[in-house]
Ligand binder design. Sequence first.
Ligand SMILES: Nc1nc2c(ncn2[C@@H]2O[C@H](COP(=O)(O)OP(=O)(O)OP(=O)(O)O)[C@@H](O)[C@H]2O)c(=O)[nH]1
Ligand SMILES: [Mg+2]
Length: 184
Amino acid sequence: MAEYVILFAGPMGAGKTTALRSLSEIEVVSTEAVNSDRSRNDKPTTTVALDYGEIDLDPDKVRLYGVPGQERFDFMWEILRDRAMGLIVLVNADAPEPERHVYEHLTAFAELANRGGVVVGVTRYDIQRTDIGDRIVATARAVVPDRVTPVFAVDARDQEQMRTLLLSLIADIETRQALAEATG
Ligand SMILES: Nc1nc2c(ncn2[C@@H]2O[C@H](COP(=O)(O)OP(=O)(O)OP(=O)(O)O)[C@@H](O)[C@H]2O)c(=O)[nH]1
Ligand SMILES: [Mg+2]
């Protein structure tokens, strides 16, 4: 049995808290506060410290952490990123230049992205069907040049879609571990 620590990162409103709630088998521990920056994203609350959830993917246990999208809370990121083995970057398709957020978050977690596994999920695709897949793939390749980072369109509210994203990340982590062991 392995235990995986997975981080969800991405801009405000990308769906990190929603994704954790879709996936977690325990009630998600959230630190939501009133969103004082409605000009940036018009939703009533925002995560101020972190979200925490858990899921058993028999035989493995997965701990899920959502880091806040507002940069002023970025001290939390440093504590968590050293413990993490995988990174899920969520960006919402209805933001201006979603690939810029992919760049920023992959850069902030570059060490994790190169050491562990990484996948990108593009949310709110039903709201804004933009042709951004290629740009996001190219951006990910620029930051993590040695690997092809999987990019999925996902609805953070959909448990099955989020499970597929998480399972592909864990497969990526396991592949890397197996390769590292094989090459010493
Ligand atoms: N229509 C639609 N809505 C979505 C989709 N994915 C997520 N949402 C909604 O988008 C919003 C995302 O908000 P949160 O989950 O709070 O976003 P967050 O990333 O945790 O944001 P911060 O904590 O502020 O950084 C929620 O209202 C979700 O229900 C999608 O694919 N389609
Ligand atoms: Mg949140």
